[in-house]
Design a protein around this ligand. Structure first.
Ligand code: C5P
Length: 395
């Protein structure tokens, strides 16, 4: 979580220091950018000390385009306090100070925490500005009703730093709707060894399964990732078990299925393995060679056959080169699972994005083409719904 705190010139600027600290406590990396007016209220040294990084106070003190770098770096930008003047300029698309220029390069969501006198907040021009910012996709946090700097009381007081930090963090982390649950995800290919140097494998990268494990962990689950050979880094908070073959994957999943509330089989498990694994490198001979293959266990089908009732929730994948949804429906029944994610090899294998249809007892639910992270979240939304239907775990 990388958050830019953008400080504009209002008395509430001193509370931005607490906001930086709260975001840090929640695990965010924070950088600060300030307007010139903000520096009349609080000095950059405070924020530099809190973040351990230089504060951006001008567009001219840095080599390169510091606003572009900050906008690209930030997962979210939060303007606190957001003054009337700064919001009006942002709504108009101006960019002649470091905060405005950084906002113009934002890659992620932007939050405004307004702070002003109640009369400024209530006037039609301010409300027009706020409506424009919201229509452009910005998030408003507050303001609250309460004591104002003028000694009066009214609507215009900046939300407390804890509340602003909580809104930003909740947005970035998404729902914690898998807290207390254990989700086992398989990912990647399997390698079925022929001899000490050769194997049968496939072109799965593991990206979809890694995205599922990352999303499950982010949503509060204990996420156990059983991965075939994959070069991908372990996502934060995920427990990873590396395996090679289908049988090793079956054993690793078997060890954890007793704790699992859901098992998601995103791995491209080899259906066959060599009948024999040679102890030393197989030498070439003249003429053709026939390889005898035997069936691997179907891990998902065995989990489906073994479970009693609807626990754990079982999710399979159907990667096909044609008729994906129809074949997924057949798989749903044959492997006795709750949900099958259908996709065509051309639409997802190896890439950053995926185009899938979710197939369950209620029917087919095609999703738009999206990043694998977004597809993972959509799959977990269904898992959460299925867990709700099956009720809490007994014992
Ligand atoms: O039958 P098919 O291989 O297309 O089924 C794909 C689904 O079944 C995937 O979820 C995959 O992880 C799982 N599977 C399995 N064990 C196998 C083969 C596939 O669990 N041996």
């Amino acid at each position: 979580m990388k958050v830019v705190v953008a400080v504009a010139g209002g008395i509430a600027a001193y509370k931005a220091a607490s906001l930086v600290r709260e975001l840090g406590r929640a695990g965010a990396e924070v950088r600060v950018v300030m307007t010139r007016a903000a520096q009349h209220f609080v000095g950059p040294a405070t924020f530099a000390g809190l973040t351990g990084h230089p504060v951006v106070t001008s567009l001219w003190d840095h080599p390169g385009e510091v606003h572009v770098e900050l906008g690209r770096w930030a997962d979210a930008i939060v303007v606190a306090p957001a003054t009337m003047d700064l919001m009006a300029k942002a709504a108009a698309g101006l960019g002649d100070d470091p905060v405005l220029a950084t906002l113009s390069c934002a890659r992620g969501p932007v939050f405004f925490a307004p702070a002003m006198h109640w009369r400024m907040w209530g006037r039609p021009a301010t409300q027009r500005v706020v409506a424009t910012l919201a229509a452009d996709g910005a998030h408003l946090v507050g303001p609250e009703r309460g004591a104002l700097a003028s000694g009066e009381s009214g609507e215009g007081r900046m939300s407390e730093p804890e509340a602003i930090a909580a809104a930003v963090v909740a947005h970035l982390q998404g729902p914690r709707d898998l807290a207390g649950r254990t989700v086992v995800v398989s990912a990647g290919p399997t390698h079925e060894d022929l001899d000490p140097v050769r194997f049968l494998g496939n072109r799965s990268t593991g990206r979809m399964g890694f995205a599922l494990a990352a999303s499950a962990a982010r949503r509060g689950a204990r996420a156990i990732l059983v991965s075939g050979p994959s070069a991908l880094p372990t996502p934060p908070g995920v427990e990873r078990i590396d395996v090679r073959s289908a049988r090793a994957m079956q054993a690793a999943i078997g060890q954890h299925v007793g704790d699992a509330d859901a098992v998601i089989m995103a791995a491209a498990v080899a259906d066959y393995r060599p009948a024999e694994e040679a102890p030393s490198k197989i030498a070439k001979t003249a003429g053709p060679r026939t390889l005898e293959l035997v069936r691997n266990p179907d891990i998902l089908a065995e989990l489906g056959a073994a479970r009693s009732g609807a626990h754990p929730v079982l999710v399979g994948f159907a990667l096909e080169t044609e008729d994906a949804a129809a074949r997924a429906r057949a798989k749903l029944q044959r492997k006795r699972c709750d949900l099958v994610v259908a996709n065509l090899a051309a639409d997802g294998f190896g890439g950053e994005e995926n185009l899938v249809t979710l197939v369950d007892a209620a029917g087919d639910h095609p999703l738009p083409r999206r990043s694998k992270a977004a597809v993972a979240d959509a799959i977990l939304d269904r898992v959460v719904a299925l867990l709700g239907q099956s009720g809490p775990r007994e014992g």
